[in-house]
Design a protein around this ligand. Structure first.
Ligand SMILES: Cc1cc2nc3c(=O)[nH]c(=O)nc-3n(C[C@H](O)[C@H](O)[C@H](O)COP(=O)(O)O)c2cc1C
Length: 312
């Protein structure tokens, strides 16, 4: 086959759901699809994770919500969202027409809120649910469920019981004392896929006012600053799952801003990647990464994305 007719298959399968390519918009950085439609071609994306949804609407955190930091940003949005019912009636029909796989990111303050939210989404047309047990900037719930293996397992098992029609991807926290222990307990409790990582617990102080920048004090660090840490966590998670003979796909997240970054995560064992903060800088980042990964495969005579793996 000559170079210019060689084509590579970028499609991946995550928990039975086919993505046309492994590039997914990360939760909270791409709204509900509409927000970016005038700035980039959304139809080329592999998937879209919605902003974190809760059973009932939330107004989010008060005060400052974002803060720039070297090679990254801190956010304290605090799960502002219209609630699952509004989302299903008003946003999902539009999202469904765009083409990419639709993943509903679900959060909650207490287990019952997660379970009820999952039951509602289970009856909707979303393709997958991403269970956010890793949000560092809400006062109750969120990350609190993702730090301890036992607590995480109880929640995942309870959500899985009602999630009968949708694959369940669990979004892990980099702040857990043992990400391996939490990940294995989530898998044993029924997680069909794991995404890693959410933003890193962080803070900033305004020295002029001598007050923390964020009303909630703790915020989440994202962007290129966290990329090497996220990559290492994905690599360790991949090896943990391999040792445990757990055949569960990983979606790598954290500071991915260009083709090379995405390739690193795919080589470290991720089946797909999510791109968040980089989209704020360049709305075409994901489209460029998709093209770049395709070119890399063609240049290296690989016909399938699954041929990408690390040499060590
Ligand atoms: C402004 C903002 C809002 C976010 N909201 C959510 C959210 O609602 N749910 C969630 O699981 N992650 C949320 N995240 C975390 C991202 O999905 C992602 O895990 C994190 O930003 C790391 O990826 P990045 O470095 O590519 O941004 C948010 C991140 C940012 C920057």
């Amino acid at each position: 086959m000559s170079e210019n007719t060689f084509n590579a298959d970028l499609s991946v399968n995550i928990a039975g759901v086919r993505f046309r390519n492994p590039v997914i918009a990360a939760s909270g950085t791409f709204g509900y699809g509409k927000e970016y439609s005038a700035m980039t071609d959304i139809s080329v994306l592999g998937g879209i994770c919605t902003k974190g949804l809760t059973l009932t609407p939330r107004t989010g955190n008060k005060g400052r919500r974002v803060w720039e930091t070297p090679s990254g940003m801190l956010n304290s949005v605090g799960l502002e969202n219209p609630g699952v019912h509004y989302f299903i009636e008003n946003d999902l029909p539009h999202l469904r027409q765009l083409g990419p796989v639709i993943i509903a990111n679900l959060s909650g303050g207490e287990p019952d809120e997660y379970i009820k939210g999952a039951s509602v989404l289970n009856e909707s047309s979303v393709d997958m649910i991403e269970l956010n047990i890793s949000c560092p900037n809400i006062k109750a719930g969120g990350m609190a469920f993702g730090l301890d293996p036992g607590t995480a397992a109880v929640l995942v098992a309870a959500v899985k019981r009602v999630c009968t029609k949708k694959p369940l991807m669990v979004k892990l926290s980099p702040n857990a004392p043992s990400v391996s222990a939490v990940s294995l307990s989530c898998v044993r409790a029924g997680a069909d896929a794991l995404s890693l990582m959410n933003s890193y617990k962080s803070m900033a102080i305004d020295t002029a006012t001598r007050k923390p920048v964020f009303e909630n004090i703790i915020a989440g660090l994202s962007g290129p600053a966290i990329r090497p840490i996220a990559l290492c966590m994905v690599w360790e998670l991949f090896n943990t799952l391999k040792e445990a003979k757990a055949n569960v796909p990983i979606v790598g997240i954290g500071g991915i801003a260009c083709t090379n970054d995405a390739l690193e995560f795919l080589m470290a064992g991720a089946t797909a990647v999510q791109v968040g903060s980089a989209t704020f800088v360049n709305p075409n980042t994901m489209a460029e990464i998709i093209g770049g990964v395709h070119n890399y495969l063609v240049e290296n005579k690989m016909s399938n994305i699954s041929d990408i793996s690390i040499r060590n």
